[in-house]
Each structure stands twice: as structure tokens, then as C-alpha cells.
Write a protein that binds this ligand. Sequence first.
Ligand SMILES: [Ca+2]
Ligand SMILES: [Ca+2]
Length: 273
Amino acid sequence: MKIRKFATIFGVVLALQAVPAGFSATTASTTTSGITSITLTSPVHQVLADRPGTVSFTVAVAYQGTVSRLGVRLVAPAATGTKWSFVSASGPTAQPLAGDKTSWEFSYTTTPASPVTFNVVLNYEAGLANPTDGVVGTQPFAAYALQSNLVATDSQGNPIQTTLTLTEAVFHTADSNADMRLKLDELLKVVQIYNTRNANTRTGAYDASFAPMPNATPVAPTKPHSADLNRDGMISLMELLRVLDLCTYTNGGVRTGEYHADSQGVDGFVSAP
Ligand SMILES: [Ca+2]
Ligand SMILES: [Ca+2]
């Protein structure tokens, strides 16, 4: 009896272990080595039209299996490529030289564990805006994953790549350090423009880089100073008073000069964070 019962249980166990119809017991999932994705992010998706600045990117490359000489090619927007230059990067063994423009390649001698993540810092020159309309437009960056210095492709043969588009930041022109606060030294620069003279006449004229333009006939600028409400290339008393008004915001009894973009404001800005 006992032997028979054991045999029955053993048979059930064998039946449970049997391979279901349609499946092969010898098929194991095959791991294909290679890069699977690349992503590009930036904490600030914005650039300044009139002033130089810095943008940092985070690049992440995921792979499976083993990948030798993993790398990344970062490409600046075609229209403004020469205005972008490499500053520094964390991580990759091989990096561009500081000051290199237009496109940049990075690679690792020993590939770190997936996902491989590193930061890239780029500088840009003033004048990203199109000179004809003063608009920055979109600034699309592309990043390609590299394997042994060649662009990696997916199973369909398409490059493994991604894009990140930067757009123009909306800051008051007087906000020189673009921190969304109008401080006294920044206000004084507007006063300086206001006091600009042509011989015996106060003109308040400024040039394309928003510096005072003394002893010259003012010209209506392509891209006016935010304070220049009537866009005539001059800062009038009324326009100066508007900037004074804008930088009066206080927080906890301390004047912070905080402001933000708002179409309700006569110049497109209102006080307060
Ligand atoms: Ca500021
Ligand atoms: Ca004006």
C-alpha cells in the first residue's frame, strides 16, 4: 500500500514537472549585449537671448550584457552650434577639450554599470537670438549613444539617440544675473542708461547689448530692453519709474526685488515671486 501511494504521489510530481504543450524545455531567454537607450535632461530648459550663459545636461545610457568603449556624442543646434563650447564633464575617461565647439564626444575605457550617467556643462555666447527677429526659437540638442566610437543602432538599424530642446528664458533685461530678482546694482544700470546724453541732451539711449550709448542718435532696437516700453531705443523717466516700481517687492521686511513674467504687467512682468 505504502509503495503504491508513494508511486502515485511521485507520478503526480512528475506530471507537474512535465513540459506544457507548445513550450520547449531547452529554450532559455537569450541576452543580447548592447546599448538599449539614451536620455538627455537639463534642470533648466531655458537660455538667455542677450547674454552668455551656462547649461548643464545629464546624459544617461542604458545597456544590457557587456558593452566595450561605451560613449556619447552630444551635438549642438545646427543654427547656433559655434556659439556653444565645452566646459567640463563628470565621469567619461575621454572628453573634449575645454572650449571645443559644435559637437562633443565622450567615452569610457571601462564601461560602468548600466545605466551610465554623467553630467556635461556647456557655455553659450551672447546672441543666440536670430538677428532678424530677435527670437531665440528652439535650440534642439541631439545625443547619440556610441559603442567602440561608432553610433549604436537598435535591432531595426536606427541610431540610438535622443533630443532635448531648450527655449528662451523670460527675464527682465535689467536682471543681469537672471535670478528673477531686481537688485540695487541692476537698477543702477538702468539709471545709468537713463542718464545717457548726446552732447547737452539726455537721451537715455542704449545699444544692442543694453549698454549706454552716449553721443549717438538712438535707434529703435530689434530686441528692446524690457524697460523700453515704447521700443524707441531710449529709457524715459516714465520707463525708469516702472523699473523702480517693479523692484520694490519685499519679503519678511527685506526688499528682495522678486518678480516674474506675467502678461498682466505693462512690460510683461509683475512684482512678487
Ligand atoms: Ca538679479
Ligand atoms: Ca523708450
